[in-house]
Structure formats: C-alpha cells, structure tokens
Write a protein of this length. Structure first.
Length: 105
C-alpha cells in the first residue's frame, strides 16, 4: 500500500521536462497570499525565468497540488530534512516548483 501511495504522490509531483534542484537543505520559506518563496542550499537553477535571483516559487492559485507541495516543504523544513525540487515554467520572475523529492537520510 505504501508503494502505491508513493507512486501516486510521485506522479502528482513530477513533470517530464522539469529542471531539477539537487537534494539539499531548505534555508528559507516565505509564504505570501498567492505564492510561497523557497531558497535552497544548492547551486541555483535559473530555468527559463528572466531576472530570477536565488529563490523558487510555488503558485498557490494552482489549488490542492500546490498546497501539498507547500505542506511537504514546510514539514521537511521543520524536521531539518533535505529535499530536491522539480521546476517547470515561472511564477513571476522565479522558477515554478512543480515537484518535491524526499530522501530518507
């Protein structure tokens, strides 16, 4: 059953053409009304976004899947667990987080 749940969640969190941020420490989370900004302790992946600097973004207007990604990141941040990110597109001028990868460490 756990494998089934994991595969369903993995399907929700991944995109075929997404850029990847390697598994690393979350160093900053800033929730705003329509989005959440996240900084990682890893080499920055700019993607296709103009003028992006050092953070990534979850678009909360995407609904439940965005809330799941935010909850996963917040739980990992509070537990000091490392995560990886999958990116695709932009939200404003920041790469859009479309997936969160957790590793058992």
């Amino acid at each position: 059953m756990k494998k089934y749940i994991y595969s369903v969640l993995l399907g929700l969190f991944t995109q075929v053409n997404a850029a990847e941020v390697k598994v690393s420490e979350i160093v900053y989370i800033a929730p705003w009304p329509n989005h959440v900004d996240v900084k990682m302790n890893a080499d920055y992946v700019k993607g296709d976004c103009e003028n992006s600097n050092d953070s990534y973004r979850i678009d909360l207007t995407e609904g439940e899947s965005a809330s799941i990604r935010f909850s996963t990141l917040l739980a990992a941040f509070m537990a000091s667990k490392n995560v990886g990110l999958s990116l695709d597109g932009c939200v404003g001028n920041k790469p859009r987080i479309v997936g969160v990868r957790l590793n058992k460490q």
